[in-house]
Design a protein around this ligand. Structure first.
Ligand code: EPZ
Length: 427
């Protein structure tokens, strides 16, 4: 059984470099399928979700030439299959981007229903609606999604019922090579949506309005890359290190990040009395006392990101006073609070709301990582608390954080990654 063993408490100090954004890379990798040739990408995070994506693309016929683990050239000239294996695509959520990308290039596509973190119901009805508006027929059967088009997809007016990152990006992927103009309204405005549009535009696509409520795509006949594309830094990894710095009463400079993307988090930090200094592409976080309590309500960008909710809960767990978290995106994103209670936190979570009464100290305990961000929160809790914390289900964390142990240890943490077949399950 694999686990992270975190020896607490510690005070994080020094400098840490942020990796490329997972949620950009998982869309940009399949987007390269729209090019019948080569694409050169850099700042790609070396995480297990990306390695899974690479495996899927290789199974379809893509060839990879590595310059480093974070930079490679993908050659999609000989991709001749649009049937992705159930075993590979069912592993993670973002495999749904294969639908939009492959539908742009082929007439028939098949992938399994996407897997991923257990955050409650994760429908893809808005993705399907977008494909159907563009003229495709889509069928969900036996755990698979089948999408077909007779001729080229045709530009359409698509109004999304809910603001969905995945449906917005999938609609962009499918509409890029469609005939005519597509207007997508009520879209997601996350930094990774803008990154995907910038990447496709750098190949010759005509996508306007990414980052606003309406996106207009004028279909083009083909795409071609002229220069290497660098994926943006990861907003959530940046926020995770910001929280870890503040929670351990540390002083950390986070480099290779985009401070503008961090505004909803920075605003809460200042409310909590945490010092935050922005300087070009770096952010310094400094703290020397318990934070003031605060409240958050998650919402689509530029609102407070749901993917930072569990990490912020650690700050509230050790804050002076009581804070409230309202989770508006995912119905089951408070499962991790039971783990924090084991560590001495005072949290009561019901439905979409968690009430967190700050305590003086947390104590080491064996804990489960329920999902990617909850897992990161467990590591931060381990850094803060007295004693040893064992974090199980490490695979969730490794899906989305590159070199997480090395990065934390370089800041003064003491975390070991232990693979021990004789260990029992954490209770
Ligand atoms: C993306 O998931 C991210 N994943 C998630 O990050 C993130 O939590 C989420 O966006 C919200 O920011 C990737 O980018 C790979 P949505 P996605 O479609 O696209 C509802 C992480 O930790 N909805 O924006 O799947 C849905 O139920 C992960 O990195 C529909 O009703 O999220 C949810 O309530 C976890 N129908 C809301 O919309 C649909 O067809 C937002 O979901 C699609 C979504």
């Amino acid at each position: 059984m694999e686990k992270f063993v975190v020896h607490g408490p510690c005070r994080l100090t020094g400098e840490v470099k942020i990796s490329g954004a997972k949620n950009s890379a998982v869309a940009i990798l399949p987007a390269t399928l729209l090019v019948k040739g080569k694409c050169h990408l850099e700042n790609v995070p070396n995480i297990s979700d990306i390695r899974s994506y690479i495996e899927i693309l290789e199974s379809l016929g893509s060839k990879f030439e590595y310059i480093s683990p974070n930079e490679f050239i993908i050659d999609n000239t000989n991709v001749n299959s649009a049937i992705a294996s159930y075993e590979l695509t069912s592993k993670f959520r973002a495999s749904y981007y294969l639908l939009g990308a492959l539908l742009g290039r082929f007439n028939e596509v098949q992938i399994s229903l996407p897997g991923g973190c257990n955050l409650g119901a994760r429908p893809i009805d808005q993705h399907i609606k977008a494909f159907e508006k563009l003229g495709a027929t889509v069928e969900v059967k036996n755990g698979n999604v089948y999408a077909k088009k007779k001729d080229a997809l045709k530009g359409a007016h698509i109004f999304l019922d809910v603001v969905s990152v995945g449906a917005t990006m999938n609609a962009i992927l499918a509409a890029t090579l469609a005939e005519g103009t597509t207007i997508i309204e009520n879209v997601a405005k996350e930094p990774h949506v803008v990154d995907l549009a910038n990447f496709l535009n750098s190949l010759g696509a005509n996508i306007k309005g990414a980052g606003t409520d309406t996106i207009k795509i004028t279909g083009v006949k083909e795409l071609k890359q002229v220069s290497c594309y660098s994926i943006i830094p990861d907003q959530i990894e940046t926020g995770t290190f910001m929280v870890a710095a503040a929670a351990t009463k540390g002083d950390v400079t986070i480099t290779n990040c985009i401070p503008k993307h961090m505004e909803p988090i920075t605003a809460k930090f200042r409310e909590a009395g945490i010092e935050v200094y922005e300087n070009g592409s770096s952010i310094r976080v400094k703290m020397d006392k318990r934070p003031n309590s605060f409240s958050i309500k998650t919402s689509p960008y530029p609102g407070f990101p749901t993917d930072m909710q569990p990490q912020m809960c650690i700050l509230l767990a050790i804050a002076n006073g009581t804070g409230i978290i309202v989770e508006n995106i995912w119905e089951s994103r408070f499962q991790y609070t039971d783990e924090l209670v084991k560590m001495g936190a005072d949290i009561s979570a019901h439905g979409t709301t968690a009430i967190v009464k700050g305590v003086d100290k947390l104590y080491g305990s064996p804990v489960q990582s329920h999902d990617l961000r909850a897992g990161a929160a467990m590591i931060i809790a381990g850094l803060v608390c007295e004693g040893v914390t064992e974090v199980y289900n490490t695979h969730h964390i490794l899906r989305g954080y590159e070199n997480i142990v090395e990065k934390f240890n370089s800041l003064g943490a003491n975390i070991e990654y232990v693979k021990d077949d004789t260990e029992g399950l954490a209770k």
